[in-house]
Design a protein around this ligand. Structure first.
Ligand SMILES: *[C@@H]1O[C@H](CO)[C@@H](O)[C@H](O)[C@H]1NC(C)=O
Ligand SMILES: *[C@@H]1O[C@H](CO)[C@@H](O)[C@H](O)[C@H]1NC(C)=O
Ligand SMILES: *[C@@H]1O[C@H](CO)[C@@H](O)[C@H](O)[C@H]1NC(C)=O
Ligand SMILES: *[C@@H]1O[C@H](CO)[C@@H](O)[C@H](O)[C@H]1NC(C)=O
Ligand SMILES: *[C@@H]1O[C@H](CO)[C@@H](O)[C@H](O)[C@H]1NC(C)=O
Length: 558
């Protein structure tokens, strides 16, 4: 908690923002333009661009990493922290005593489609790809969402218990997709990662025989009532899944109550879904899932509710979490990013956090190319990289268009029942998400495979014929966060000296260093300096349409 703030260290007075030689193991992007607004980086079995494993320079210097529409990709540079302000222009002041949420991690999903695509490459290219995501030379993913059985990004429909009437789950069995593809890849990812992976399980549909509509797709929910035979079997299915994966030394940090429960409430929904109302989810957790997990060897596995779009908040959370019987089994609220534009973060995430601060918020799914007006893979799209960075900054923190003392957003928070009257803090501006999970880790050039042709984009696209993979701008967008925000990093306040179009988010890492991520979506360069009261002034500039990560050693206790 306590800060140690020594007197600002006086350092060299001359501005010296020098390009530096890349760290060991680093490689430049082999750029390829596919006719969209920017480029992809091409990787094969023997070559892939990387900044290597990053260590920060000694106190008094700072590192910066730049990606941009113009073609920079995590381009590293070193600079000197200054004793004095340059005096002109925009200043972003780090406010270390304004402390918010701690980061859990970033990652993507090992869908059947992702596994099929990774395994479509040669062994060398597979390793290269897994290293890009999971090794310390890569971008440091620690979260992997694992679909339980099939979803739309599968090539067939299946669950692990398709024998009708198998209430005891005697015939529960993992699929070849798990045993031959996903599990070996997850083991390889874990072996490459310097940290234990945080695996997250989500089911799309219960077996057809458990459901009111007798099918994996369409509008349908579990037969009977919470506390009944089917609801108990469906809870036990989760425990059996955890047991089977544990046999392969894969243990799960968390599970969700099911992917997009609202989808299974829609007529003729085209792919796997299981409908829950918030009331039914509440009672299923309280009577079935919670007790089943608690009685199993996996009592410490977190339960995340919702796993659906934030426009269902805060209502969904209010129904489920205000029930003490359900609430005591639950750790967090999982949100997807679709339709984020329809509902501001303040009134969904912000309000949920303020009513239920003891439950964390976690982003479990996002992808580009899902909207009917902007469909499928777009190789080299910088616009999509900006969409990712914008959303991550927006859900983890506000871009603080207001000064910290400005309370004008309070009135937008319509329904903050536990907020003390008259209190006014920057917390109202912040949205508290502790992690952000991309959707498919890897897709092919059509954005699949997907058995309902619900094709979308991914940060890594394979061309199996040429045995190459393309790292999209969105890959670097993730990297600007995932590579630097180690688990336990805590978001802190940032105060701009004047209104700015920049969006940003600052963190103190567990080792006391500071990371500031800055998104400039404007078509012009924006000069600014950062003031870290513990070390001094950092002169910088954000090129047009760019994403910048600044990182430096400081004196904070995380
Ligand atoms: C892999 O990529 C590198 C860099 O572009 C290139 O020099 C090399 O020839 C490629 N290897 C193969 C087998 O295509
Ligand atoms: C930096 O600030 C100190 C203290 O305010 C002052 O003495 C010094 O002249 C300044 N240096 C420069 C280069 O402006
Ligand atoms: C489970 O599978 C076995 C054979 O593998 C079969 O004999 C048994 O009847 C099945 N159980 C159910 C409930 O279908
Ligand atoms: C299981 O995985 C952990 C890392 O999660 C590793 O340290 C351990 O050696 C593994 N055990 C076996 C038997 O593979
Ligand atoms: C859904 O399916 C039913 C039965 O197949 C059909 O009658 C109905 O028109 C469909 N509704 C929509 C919205 O497509």
């Amino acid at each position: 908690m306590a800060l140690s703030l020594p007197p600002p260290v006086l350092l060299a007075l001359t501005v010296l923002t020098a390009e530096v030689t890349l760290s060991e193991g680093s490689n430049k992007c082999v750029a390829r333009n596919f006719g969209h607004d920017s480029v992809v980086c091409v990787c094969n079995a023997t070559y892939c661009d990387s900044v290597g494993s990053v260590t920060l320079p000694p106190l008094g210097r700072f590192s910066s990493f730049l990606s941009s529409l113009a073609g920079s990709r995590l381009e590293p540079a070193l600079g000197q922290v200054q004793a004095n302000s340059s005096g002109a222009g925009l200043r972003l002041t780090i406010i270390p005593y304004q402390k918010y949420q701690r980061i859990r991690g970033f990652g993507g999903a090992m869908t059947d489609a992702a596994a099929i695509n990774i395994l479509s490459l040669s062994a060398g290219a597979q390793n290269q790809l897994l290293q890009q995501y999971f090794s310390s030379e890569g971008i440091g993913y620690t979260v992997v969402r694992v679909p339980m059985a099939s979803c739309d990004f599968s090539t067939r429909l299946y669950t692990y218990a398709d024998t009708p009437g198998d209430y005891n789950l005697d015939n529960f069995t993992l699929a070849p997709e798990d045993v031959k593809m996903k599990i070996p890849l997850l083991q390889r990812a874990q072996a490459l990662s310097p940290r234990p992976l945080s695996l997250l399980a989500s089911a799309w549909s219960a077996p057809a025989w458990m459901k009111t509509n007798g099918a994996l797709t369409g509008k349908g929910s579990l037969k009977g009532q919470p506390g009944g035979k089917v609801h108990k079997a469906w809870a036990q299915y989760y425990v059996r899944f955890l047991e089977e994966y544990a046999k392969y030394n894969l243990t799960f940090w968390a599970l969700t109550t099911g992917n997009e429960p609202s989808a299974g409430e829609m007529a003729n929904y085209s792919f796997q879904a299981l409908g829950f109302t918030p009331e039914e989810q509440r009672d299923w957790v309280a009577l079935d899932l919670g007790p089943a997990l608690h009685a199993s060897s996996y009592a410490r596995t977190h339960i995340l509710i919702l796993d659906d779009n934030r426009l269902l908040l805060p209502h969904w959370a209010r129904v489920v979490l205000s029930d003490i019987h359900a609430g005591r089994y639950i750790h967090g609220v999982a949100v997807h990013w679709y339709f984020d534009k329809l509902v501001p973060a303040e009134i969904s995430l912000g309000t949920t956090h303020h009513i239920y601060p003891e439950y964390y918020l976690f982003g479990t799914e996002a992808c580009a190319g899902w909207s009917p007006t902007d469909r499928g893979v777009k190789l080299g799209s910088w616009d999509r990289a900006e969409q990712y960075a914008h959303d991550i900054i927006d859900v983890s923190s506000s871009h603080l268009r207001h000064k910290p003392s400005d309370c004008s957003v309070r009135s937008a928070v319509a329904d903050v029942s536990r907020e003390e009257a008259g209190s006014c803090s920057t917390k109202d501006l912040n949205h508290y998400v502790v992690g952000w999970t991309d959707w498919n880790l890897v897709l092919d050039q059509t954005g699949g495979p997907n058995w309902v042709k619900n094709f979308v984009d991914s940060p890594v696209i394979v061309d199996a014929e040429r045995d190459v993979f393309y790292k999209q701008p969105t890959f670097y967008s993730m990297a600007h966060f995932s590579k630097f925000l180690l688990e336990g990093s805590q978001r802190v306040g940032v105060s701009p000296s004047r209104a700015t179009g920049l969006q940003y988010s600052a963190f103190i890492r567990p080792d006391g260093s500071v990371v500031l991520i800055i998104l400039n979506r404007s078509p012009s360069v924006i000069q600014f300096e950062v003031w870290d009261p513990a070390v001094g002034y950092i002169p910088s500039s954000a090129p047009a349409r760019s994403l910048l990560t600044l990182a430096w050693n400081s004196h904070y206790k995380a």
